[in-house]
Design a protein around this ligand. Structure first.
Ligand SMILES: [Zn+2]
Length: 387
């Protein structure tokens, strides 16, 4: 599939057509603003050096074993993450809960079991540093009502109390991480949790066999199956079910900054993860006209009706060629799986499909674009790839 090809034709014919058309088409849809911008409130995480992100059926976590290497957290902190995951497993909390718990402890204590000088006795207990927030102690910075000082400074106890409260939050598995964590923690800075979601997912993947890439099914878990309203523990889901035709920066289309996914006109498009809508509008065509309410054509230019969403970790997703004005507006908060619009063929397009992009570092320009197939696979929400 390509922006320039009617998807109803067979694949063989498509390939021929795509070749013929791309030979004359250099313009791409959705040349967004070139200026990079940064979402400070959703802040990012540094580079990761975590290995073993593959999804397996074995989520066993080794608290006493060797820990992976990463730049932001040391062995002691990752071992605390392993403890948090292990308690979640013992309580049979689904992997989404492990990601939320690890992200919460990242924000509250940087995964350290903290004492507090204002809490008598806390500094005499084993600790990994001191905090100073009210009378909070431990990995989750729990206040006096959560248990004794000794209990709150026991990682397994602290994690158990967190999970016990989390699973009582209605619909917690579908909530954006910020809202689920906030419902438990009641923090003055709830948005701060979200920025840890991507790294928490990678830590869970690395320590527990790719568990953040799973969706719950029939009392178990399935790897890499987050579509059709199922959301992976990482918080991601495929925007539409369907096969990727024209790929990311292929030899034939080196400036194609996203992938094209075939779908019938009117198919609902879902936000790939929770976040905030940055842009939801008609992209001017090559002539500068705002003519998105009619089907476009190859060479018309522009992304048509489109939506950009900012996610945790300075990731941005882009959805182009919608049939009509998006169902969301700039500034809206959206949940993973929430419908943002429907498939169409507006802008530089010759048939109904979704042009989908993923950008990193808060960079909406083509410089920030990465391969959506690879990225979404790593989140457990793969786009089906047709080679
Ligand atoms: Zn495209």
């Amino acid at each position: 599939m390509s922006d320039a090809v009617e998807p109803k034709h067979g694949r063989l014919r498509l390939g021929v057509l795509a070749f013929a058309l791309t030979a004359t088409l250099t313009l791409l849809c959705c040349a967004g603003g070139a200026a990079a911008f940064f979402l400070t409130e959703l802040g990012g995480d540094d580079e990761l050096r975590l290995t073993n992100q593959e999804c397996t059926d074995d989520f066993r976590v080794e608290v006493a074993g060797a820990m992976p290497q990463m730049s932001q957290y040391g062995e002691l902190q990752l071992r605390n993450a392993a403890r948090i995951i292990q308690v979640g497993q013992e309580l049979q909390v689904p992997p989404r809960g492990w990601v939320i718990a690890v992200a919460t402890a990242m924000q509250e204590s940087r995964l350290r079991n903290l004492a507090n000088p204002t809490v008598p006795g806390s500094e005499q207990l084993p600790n990994e540093g001191v905090g100073s927030d009210h009378d909070s102690v431990g990995l989750f910075q729990q206040r006096a009502g959560w248990g004794s000082v000794q209990e709150r400074m026991t990682p397994e106890y602290a994690a158990r109390k967190f999970y016990e409260k989390l699973v009582e939050v209605p619909g917690w598995q579908q909530l954006p991480l910020t809202r689920a964590a906030q419902a438990v923690q009641v923090s003055a800075f709830p948005d701060a949790y979200a920025k840890h979601e991507a790294l928490a997912s990678k830590i869970v993947n690395s320590l527990a066999g790719g568990a953040a890439r799973t969706v719950p099914v029939d009392g178990g878990h399935a790897c890499d199956a987050a579509e059709d309203g199922r959301i992976a523990a990482s918080g991601w889901t495929a925007p539409i079910p369907g096969d990727v035709g024209s790929g990311f920066r292929t030899q034939e289309r080196p400036a194609h900054q996203g992938v094209d996914i075939a779908a019938d006109k009117g198919t609902p498009i879902q936000a790939a993860a929770s976040g905030r809508v940055l842009v939801a509008r008609c992209d001017p065509d090559r002539a500068g006209e705002l003519s998105c309410d009619v089907d476009g054509w190859p060479g018309k230019g522009g992304c048509g009706w489109f939506v950009d969403i900012a996610h945790a970790g300075k990731i941005i997703t882009r959805y182009c060629h919608l049939a009509e004005k998006p169902k969301v507006s700039a500034g809206d908060s959206v949940r993973a799986g929430e419908e943002i619009g429907v498939i169409g063929s507006s802008g530089n397009s010759s048939g109904p499909h979704l042009h989908f992009e993923v950008h990193t570092d808060g960079d909406r320009s083509s410089d920030g674009a990465i391969d959506p197939v690879r990225f979404m696979r790593e989140q457990g929400a793969p786009l089906r790839s047709v080679e």
